[in-house]
Ligand binder design. Structure first.
Ligand SMILES: C[S@@+](CC[C@H](N)C(=O)[O-])C[C@H]1O[C@@H](n2cnc3c(N)ncnc32)[C@H](O)[C@@H]1O
Ligand SMILES: [Zn+2]
Length: 992
């Protein structure tokens, strides 16, 4: 059979892609993620690399049978090309080139498949199919979008209706209706010869109808957000009127409201007090150099409720109080009597519907000035939203349009059930239905937007817009409202640090209680508002319409029952849910209830449920298993395996599967690998890629850990059983050795190197349906992964020693004691990061040391490893070095570890240089080996690759000092060999 290795099975420039992916995460403008939130969207550049790498043969860059030199050259040029391709947003010329790579390869495959010659021209002319790529967990649509961009026929599937609507607006409508169409009626195109206005393109229509909706809504409820008389305005304001919120800039003398800042309250539980206790957590309004603004709470003795004053200062101290010192985790102290409203009390008050709200302040903007103004709530009592009016409007909507407030249950629980669930922790406070997440004014505003979107759709039909165009436009408008709801509930807080504004609900992937919230003005033109959401959606539709790509096939359904024939796809590239990382269905209900109201009637088959479908979701939710974690996990694993089996069924025989997986530890893949193997795949590669914001991860000191793994699978040929000793081990050793060398030369290092090598090693194992030891016992994936890791670490150590020279090759790190090897490899792989117990233990096994037990590395006074609450971390020379006995031979001749001597040496060099000579005489470390270890730990071999820009640790700095002054610090102080031997014999120089 022809070698059909794909580029992704040979080489990916993971460092370049990772760097670009994290940059992409920080560039929001024009990015599909701005259309609507979907949690854990993958960066486009990483998806692009996966699609290209899965479809382009490795031989395009690295010819089969090439010499080692040619191979290296080929890989370099592949790396350079892929790095250019995977730039965000992307160079059209390079993308066209990539399309050519893909179509050429595809034409060749079609030729082989059909036995008839197929050319690129045939494919481009539609005489032959484009490569079909399926993402069966498509979410926000990044993977199918990149498949389209690279000229494939993309298929997207997801179970979730919210994801489905997002996908339609990302992968279908802009491509299908993005361009002006003189044959279709619309509101924004040129007039046709019958004098009718034609279709000007999706973005334009959405803009037109969006403004139409906005105008209607504003006319009806704009007065609920009145301009605020400016307290700093001293002109006689005879003509002061309760003006409507101005269209653009407020007239002089008024502020436009940007947001209303509220605190939740409870009544003091002390029966003799009964004051109103504010639950506000912090009162910061603005925190920037030279401008510190916060609210000071004032509790007048005679009063039963507090007021707030706006205090501004040039420095934080100048405020005279700490704005972050208010309630803690829901426990608030009554400012009048000192009784604590504890969290249980707060919950029970909330549960009984007795939690209140108090306006603390208003944020506004003044005509002709930049910056925000803050006004204390006590000056604004007349601007409380008029409750009776709002109730009447809400009733009116229900009567007129059948539109109700979102009374769907949160987390699908009965009203009386106060449970927290996955990703949702608001129920214990009495927030049981989605409507409880909104003030009545917020509900009304959202419902009005929904209402007029529905009317707009009817109006479009009256104007003779073709039904499909009207549907696409309405779907996009519905996304605007859904998107806006993220900025308009009582879970939105005020963002005061590094930019001021209303923070959206899903800053994290949870619905969680907040104690003080910001209610945005839905009409304010510069921030969290409906018109701003409209602008962003329109802009994104424009971007998507401009890109010349065809549309995807978007379906809603379950990955365990794919709507496709056997052998349909040229690749399945997918990013499945990971255990209970993101509770997609539960949290997407937040948007579902709004989409259902605005577009649900048009997509009745997707919105028939009260909330999003939960039964077939693949998720490890303990709630469905009476709290049994193991059961929840195995259900998840079983469903994942079922979905892989489906992928196997719908893939063509030679076609690859790429699975994006969140788990960082190699052991964490064991079940996934087992699932893939059982469903008929062999795993050929695994590439670690950073798909999340690197700066954030670095801050957490887990710098060395990539955030996702791209595993590549192929349909396994045959069902043979392999022998571990004769089939698997030799191949494994060869693969790993080659991998370490190649990737090291490419600048891959640390955990990335370990992961990529372990991933490649899996091929040796998973090409068999079953692998047995000589005694007939089956080798489970978990055992195998641990063994591969051992082989990988050994190879890395070998390379590390070669790198640091090893005394002209005479000394090697391979010969040092296990604890020192363990320490060196851990530092190489994970730097200072803490490791979860499971991962740390595999690592320890892989280097033949023990962490626990009386002789484990984490026991004893000068332990090398610290064990803390299920985690392990290495201790460095500063933590260990201040110990007279460290690194000295132990009574009874037991050898100590070289790393101990090195740590003590570093400590003495820094703290007590005069004692160093004596110590070295006593400890007698093997100096050549110690030097080698010091060099290996000091870097640059240790750094390199993606860690190059990380500042060296304190220990690395000390090591650098030691190695560069080796002669003066060590050699000159050490004792000549002969003398040492004498002393050992107890003779010394006494008899001289
Ligand atoms: C990790 S997300 C995909 C994110 C996507 N790659 C992106 O960039 O936005 C996993 C998706 O799987 C979906 N899902 C969960 N169970 C499913 C099932 N049984 N069939 C299809 N999709 C499912 C979830 O709704 C979620 O959108
Ligand atoms: Zn009190």
């Amino acid at each position: 059979m022809r070698d059909d290795k794909r580029l992704i099975e040979d080489y990916l420039p993971i460092v370049a892609i990772s760097t670009e992916a994290s940059r992409e995460k920080s560039v929001r403008k024009g990015h599909i993620s701005t259309l609507h939130l979907w949690w854990a969207r993958r960066p486009l550049v990483a998806c692009r690399a996966a699609v290209h790498g899965a479809l382009v043969p490795a031989s395009r860059f690295v010819p089969e049978g090439a010499s080692e030199d040619e191979k290296a050259k080929g890989r370099n040029s592949a790396a350079a090309f892929v790095a250019r391709l995977c730039k965000y947003p992307g160079d059209p010329k390079v993308i066209a080139e990539a399309q050519k790579h893909i179509l050429e390869a595809h034409a060749a495959r079609l030729t082989q498949e059909t036995g008839k010659p197929v050319t690129i021209a045939d494919i481009e002319a539609g005489r032959a199919p484009r490569p079909k790529v399926l993402d069966m967990f498509a979410g926000g649509g990044s993977i199918p979008l990149e498949a389209l961009r690279l000229g494939c026929e993309a298929y997207a599937l997801d179970l979730n209706p919210v994801a489905h609507i997002i996908q339609l607006c990302t992968l279908v409508y802009p491509q299908k209706y993005g361009k002006p169409d003189p044959t279709a009626r619309g509101m924004t195109g040129p007039k046709n010869h019958q004098g009718e206005t034609t279709w000007g393109g999706l973005a334009k229509e959405v803009r037109y109808w969006g403004e139409w909706v906005l105008k209607k809504v504003r006319a009806e409820i704009g007065d609920l957000y009145p301009l605020i008389p400016d307290p700093a305005y001293h002109v006689d304001r005879k003509d002061q009127k309760n003006a409507l919120a101005a269209e653009d800039e407020p007239p002089p003398g008024y502020l436009v409201p940007v947001a209303y800042l509220w605190t939740r309250t409870v009544v003091c539980k002390n029966p003799t007090c009964k004051a109103t206790v504010p639950l506000v957590k912090q009162t910061w309004l603005c925190k920037k150099p030279d401008k510190y603004v916060a609210l000071r709470m004032v509790a007048k003795k005679s009063s039963k409720s507090v007021t707030f004053d706006v205090i501004e200062a040039k420095s934080e101290k100048g405020l005279g109080f700490d704005p972050s010192e208010f309630s803690k985790g829901g426990n608030a102290t009554c400012p009048f009597c000192g009784t604590v409203a504890d969290i249980e009390y707060v919950k029970s008050e909330g549960w009984q519907g007795r939690m209140g709200n108090q306006l603390m302040a208003l944020v506004g903007t003044r005509h002709g000035e930049v910056g925000k103004k803050y006004i204390a709530g006590k000056h604004l009592d007349i601007h409380y939203p008029p409750a009776t009016r709002i109730q009447a409007e809400l009733l009116g909507l229900e009567r007129e349009d059948g539109l109700t407030s979102p009374d769907e249950p949160i987390a699908n629980l009965a009203d009386e059930d106060p449970q927290n669930t996955l990703g949702i922790t608001v129920r214990p406070y009495g927030i049981r239905r989605f409507r409880d997440l909104y003030t009545s004014r917020q509900q009304l505003a959202l419902l009005k937007c929904v209402h007029f979107t529905r009317i707009a759709q009817k109006e479009m039909n009256l104007q003779d817009l073709p039904i499909e165009l009207a549907t696409a436009t309405t779907a996009a408008l519905s996304l605007v409202t859904s998107r806006f709801s993220n900025f308009s509930s009582t879970l939105c807080t005020w963002f005061h640090d590094g930019g001021r504004g209303v923070k959206h609900v899903f800053a994290r992937q949870v619905l969680t209680m907040v104690w003080d919230y910001a209610e945005t003005n839905p009409f304010y033109l510069k921030a969290a508002s409906w018109p701003v959401c409209l602008d962003i959606v329109v802009e994104e539709l424009e971007t998507l319409s401009d890109q010349r790509m065809s549309r995807a096939h978007v379906n809603r359904g379950s990955a365990i029952n794919l709507p496709a024939e056997e052998g349909t796809f040229d690749a399945v590239i997918t990013d499945p849910p990971y255990y209970d990382n993101v509770p997609y269905s539960s949290i997407s209900d937040y948007f579902y209830v709004w989409l259902k109201r605005s577009i649900g009637h048009t997509f009745a088959e997707h919105f028939s449920g009260i909330t999003t479908p939960k039964k077939n979701e693949i998720i490890a939710d303990v709630r469905g298993h009476h709290g049994d974690r193991a059961k929840a996990n195995s259900k998840y694993e079983a469903l994942m395996e079922a979905s892989f089996r489906e992928a196997f069924r719908v893939l063509k025989p030679q076609a690859p599967l790429v699975v994006v997986y969140a788990h960082k530890t190699t052991l964490g893949w064991a079940t996934l690998v087992e699932g893939l193997r059982r469903s008929g795949f062999s795993v050929t590669e695994a590439w670690p890629l950073d798909t999340e914001n690197v700066s954030r991860m670095r801050a957490k000191e887990s710098a060395a850990l990539a955030s996702s793994i791209f595993l590549v699978g192929r349909k396994r040929e045959g069902n043979a059983t392999g022998s571990y000793e004769t089939d698997v081990q030799p191949e494994l050793a060869a693969i790993v050795r080659e991998r370490v060398e190649t990737l090291w030369d490419q600048g891959v290092s640390g955990a990335d190197l370990v992961i990529a090598c372990v991933g490649a090693g899996l091929r040796a194992f998973t090409r068999f349906a079953r692998v047995e030891y000589a005694n007939g016992d089956e080798v489970p994936a978990e055992r195998f992964l641990a063994e591969v890791e051992t082989v990988v670490l050994e190879s890395i150590l070998g390379r590390l020693s070669k790198e640091v020279g090893g005394n002209g090759g005479k000394t090697s790190l391979a010969g040092v004691d296990p604890a020192t090897r363990f320490y060196t490899l851990w530092r190489y792989t994970y730097r200072g990061a803490e490791l979860d117990a499971g991962e740390a233990i595999i690592f320890a096994n892989g280097t033949h040391v023990e962490l626990d037990g009386s002789s484990g590395l984490s026991s004893g006074a000068h332990a090398l490893v610290e064990k803390m609450k299920g985690k392990y971390r290495l201790r460095d020379y500063k933590e260990r070095g201040d110990d007279d006995r460290l690194g000295l031979p132990i009574e009874g001749g037991q050898a100590t570890s070289l790393i101990d001597a090195l740590h003590r040496t570093l400590w003495l060099m820094e703290q007590r240089p005069l004692k160093l000579a004596e110590y070295l005489r006593e400890a007698e470390p093997n100096r050549d080996q110690m030097r080698l270890v010091a060099q290996a730990l000091a870097g640059p071999a240790l750094k390199g690759g993606e860690m190059a820009d990380i500042s060296p640790t304190g220990e690395m700095a000390a090591l650098a000092k030691l190695t560069s002054n080796w002669r003066s610090v060590i050699e000159n102080k050490a004792v000549p060999h002969a003398e040492k031997a004498d002393r050992k014999r107890g003779q010394g120089k006494l008899f001289e």
